[in-house]
Design a protein around this ligand. Structure first.
Ligand code: N01
Length: 540
């Protein structure tokens, strides 16, 4: 998607805070900063608010956290009034919610749409950032907050001949606003992560033929989506505060019954009944919290893996296709998916699976996709090939800290942050849900609100104390990076080639980027740091 040549509105020359991105982070930041009486401008590449939910309009796009939980908690009125319709809302429903929030809190007047930030340079003398946009605007700001999201730098695959295809090409993360009509079309789709798993069943219903090119199968759980019942909405609204508190204290920002047993200490029949109940519940967190040791013990995890393999074989008619759809890495070590009729779709006559592990992809041709076996001809190719996750949206902006230090170069061996919020050498720069924070392992809105509150409280503290700069200390950052790695080392996460580890981007250092210690423990740590006068940060 291209951005128009001119920005939507005039840009102020100087503000207290520049925010990059008008997704859920940027919107809440703006709201909080205004309440503090600080001037702020938000730059947004899209034509409207919504971030992830603005860009990812592919067919079947839904969130995999329930609507009543995947929503802002900062306004009780908003919680009480917003009429969520479905258990797992569609992308249009979530975008409508974001637009409602923008209207309700009058956010758009401080958002400059259609404007990508190209670079930002710290000036030590004035102790401020000079932020530049693609339209050659420049704004001076005391603080720069990157609210750019973890999954926003989309990625095309490294396949020869990408530009040669004569038919239509789409990436799931840049879907046309007017939609795509696949009726009568021969469609090829590359990628079977969450975006592929959600879009494949919907495209299959329209297309004449759909061929799925799968490199790594995903674990996917049926969402069992449905309309929300008035009684469950009323019950949540009657006691939202306790629910929000439970979210804050939970591991993933979604309260669950905390498991007490190992998968290895129960009988086969008890274990199967527990997995069956989680499968029936249509909730990923339920599945991943069935036992205490699924994320730490290979043997325990193998029980879930083989149980899910059994489910896939039950659903998919062709035994070879079923076998090809069975993942071989531990459950949960790549992000599992939530689907509607995903495995069932492979029973359709017009759907074909190509296992790229057996038949590697060779090139894109004028007419379609060539594998080691043959050429497949298409009218349309859909790339559901994911993102340069967690760091791409930060390093794509030319950020220069003290003495011209480049963020991209500084992170060339992997991202280094203190708490996933700041990075040494980059004063007054904050990241919302940055690498080293729970972020993508959690309900993003819970983590976003926690980061925004923490950062805005820090900005308020500086202002009230008459202080100008804050910067992560290298030794605090080193200790935090070690801690993040240590926690990941206790888990099975490093056993899969996931985007959590940067494994989907050739040349990206293999570093486990999110913090796996849980949002409850992480929040406590952040609160302690603040209580101790922002321990680990140099403040001046
Ligand atoms: O991207 P992905 P996504 N040749 O990276 C394949 C969130 N999300 O957009 O695994 C062939 O997961 C790649 O194969 P492999 C969610 O956190 C949430 O689907 O690298 N194949 C993989 O199958 C999710 O995890 C929701 O071997 C190639 C696929 O493309 C994250 O976003 C919905 C290839 C990419 O999968 C990313 O999901 C959507 C190549 N050269 C997204 N290159 C919900 O809330 C890549 N692939 C439900």
């Amino acid at each position: 998607m291209t951005t128009p040549a001119s920005p939507a509105r005039a840009v102020p020359p100087a503000v207290d805070v520049v925010v990059v991105g008008a997704g859920f982070s940027g919107m809440y930041l703006l709201h909080r900063l205004r309440k503090l009486g600080m001037s702020a401008v938000v730059f947004e590449a899209g034509t409207d608010v919504g971030g992830t939910w603005y860009w990812n309009r592919y067919p079947g796009a839904r969130v995999d956290v329930e609507s009543l939980a995947y929503s802002y908690s900062f306004s009780a009125e908003l919680e009480q009034e917003y009429p969520w319709e479905e258990r797992y809302p569609t992308q249009p429903e979530i975008l409508k919610y974001a637009q409602h929030v923008a209207d309700r809190f009058d956010l758009r007047r401080d958002i400059v749409f259609r404007t990508r930030v190209s670079g930002a340079t710290w000036d030590d003398e004035s102790r401020s950032w000079l932020v530049r946009t693609e339209h050659a605007d420049a704004v001076t700001a005391r603080f720069l907050v990157m609210a750019t999201g973890c999954l926003s730098a989309s990625k095309m695959p490294e396949i020869p001949g990408l530009d040669t295809f004569k038919g239509a090409t789409y990436h799931t993360a840049h879907w046309p606003h007017e939609g795509v009509d696949f009726t009568g079309q021969r469609v090829g789709i590359i990628g079977t992560g969450s975006s592929g798993v959600q879009s494949i069943p919907v495209i299959a219903e329209q297309a004449a033929e759909l061929t799925v090119f799968q490199r790594t199968p995903a674990y996917s759980l049926p969402a069992r989506n449905r309309r929300l019942r008035p009684d469950e909405v009323a019950a949540m609204r009657a006691d939202y505060r306790s629910y929000r508190q439970a979210q804050k204290e939970s591991a993933a920002g979604v309260p669950v019954v905390v498991p007490t047993k190992s998968a290895l200490e129960v009988s086969d029949s008890e274990r199967h009944a527990i997995y069956e109940a989680a499968w029936e519940s249509g909730s990923l967190v339920n599945l991943l919290s069935t036992f205490t040791d699924l994320s730490t013990s290979q043997e325990a995890n193998d029980t879930a893996k083989s149980w899910i393999h059994g489910k896939i074989h039950d659903i998919v008619d062709d035994p070879q296709v079923a076998a090809d759809l069975c993942p071989d890495y531990p459950v949960g070590t790549k992000r599992p998916c939530l689907d509607t009729n995903y495995y069932e779709t492979y029973n359709r006559d017009n759907v074909h699976l190509v296992n790229l592990r057996r038949t590697p992809l060779v090139e894109i041709t004028e007419r379609g996709v060539r594998t080691a076996e043959r050429e497949h001809e298409f009218d349309v190719i859909v790339y559901a090939t994911g993102f340069d996750a967690m760091t791409g949206s930060l390093t794509n902006v030319d950020i220069r800290g003290r003495d011209g230090l480049s963020l991209k170069e500084t992170w060339s061996a992997g991202p280094r942050t203190y708490l996933g919020i700041g990075s040494a050498g980059f004063p007054n720069l904050f990241m919302i849900t940055g690498p080293g924070s729970p972020s993508v392992l959690s309900n993003m809105i819970v983590s976003i609100e926690q980061h925004v509150d923490w950062v805005v409280d820090l900005v308020e503290h500086l202002r009230d104390q008459g202080l100008r700069t804050v910067e992560a200390l290298p030794e605090a950052q080193d200790a935090w990076v070690d801690h993040v790695n240590e926690i990941a080392g206790y888990t099975l996460y490093p056993k899969a080639n996931s985007w959590y580890l940067g494994a989907n981007v050739p040349g990206k250092p293999r570093v486990f980027m999110p913090y796996a210690g849980g949002v409850g423990a992480y929040r406590k740590k952040c609160d302690e740091v603040a209580e101790k006068g922002y321990e680990g940060f140099a403040i001046a």
